[in-house]
Design a protein around this ligand. Structure first.
Ligand code: HEM
Length: 244
């Protein structure tokens, strides 16, 4: 990273990508970020954005594989969209925004249920900025508090049969503060909508173009640091021949 600041002075760095924004950003005193701060932010974003979404997608592949009836329902929904896009004879017509927002209600519930069960980020930290009394306990100012999202997501009081993969439970909106795969409050995930969009697009292409078989998967979960199936999810994929 040694040369970035030097080069910044000579070249106008692109502003439209993440690295460009970081290299060009200035604080209220007009100070740019140091190379270490730029590197920290790039690594942080990769960690927060890429690994989380990749883990979520791994679980989606597993849950759909393990629940053939749900897979069929997702396929039906996605094939209907594919058919509409192929009507003009163009099999490769791209998905559009409205289709991802309005024509994937079941797939969307599959995404939410995957996020609930897998609880990719299972907890966060907050610091009490004032004394707080909660349920007869005093949390003194300055103490750290660790909300455990996974415990809330797996609490049968909020989600009946919490270990059952059941996307239909999202036909009813969960009670406030019981479903927080992207956290909550000022530090809630800014990539929330992007991540869900990526998952919908991924599922569309996965189920309309491929069939797959999980080979030799093991039960259990491994945290590296986000949860993935134990020893990964070895799978074989076949490209489907488009139906005439
Ligand atoms: C399935 C994918 C993802 C999950 C489950 C996830 C989950 C979370 C959670 C739980 C937090 C902590 C919120 C809190 O402490 O209240 C968080 C923070 C964050 N996420 Fe995500 N995230 C995902 C994808 C993304 C993507 C795609 C991006 C960026 C493109 C992103 C960027 C961030 C950033 C920058 C923060 C820190 C926010 C802050 O501290 O103010 N995440 N994410």
């Amino acid at each position: 990273m040694g040369g970035i600041i030097g080069e910044r002075k000579e070249k106008k760095v692109l502003e439209k990508d993440v690295l460009g924004c970081l290299l060009n950003s200035k604080d209220y005193k007009g100070q740019v970020l140091t190379d270490d701060q730029v590197a920290d932010n790039v690594i942080g974003t990769l960690f927060a954005a890429q690994d989380t979404t990749a883990c979520a997608m791994t679980w989606i592949v597993k849950y759909l594989h393990d629940n053939p009836k749900l897979l069929e329902a997702v396929k039906a929904e996605q094939k209907a969209i594919q058919e509409v896009n192929g009507r003009d004879g163009n099999d490769n017509a791209a998905l559009n925004w409205s289709q991802t927002r309005n024509h994937m209600p079941f797939t969307h519930k599959v995404v939410l249920e995957s996020l609930r069960i897998a609880s990719i980020i299972s907890f966060t930290f907050r610091e009490a900025v004032a004394d707080v009394e909660y349920n007869g306990y005093l949390i003194p100012k300055g103490w750290k508090v660790m909300p455990l999202f996974r415990n809330i997501h797996h609490n049968p009081e909020y989600f009946s049969e919490p270990h059952k993969f059941d996307p239909s439970r999202f036909e009813v909106v969960p009670k406030p503060n019981t479903f927080m795969p992207f956290g909550n409050g000022v530090h809630a995930c800014p990539g929330n909508e992007l991540a869900k969009l990526e998952m919908l697009i991924f599922i569309h292409h996965l189920v309309t173009k491929f069939r797959w078989e999980v080979v030799g998967s093991e039960s259990g979960t491994q945290n590296c640091p986000f949860p993935v199936p134990m020893n990964g999810l070895p799978a074989r994929f076949w490209k489907q021949v488009p139906s005439s």
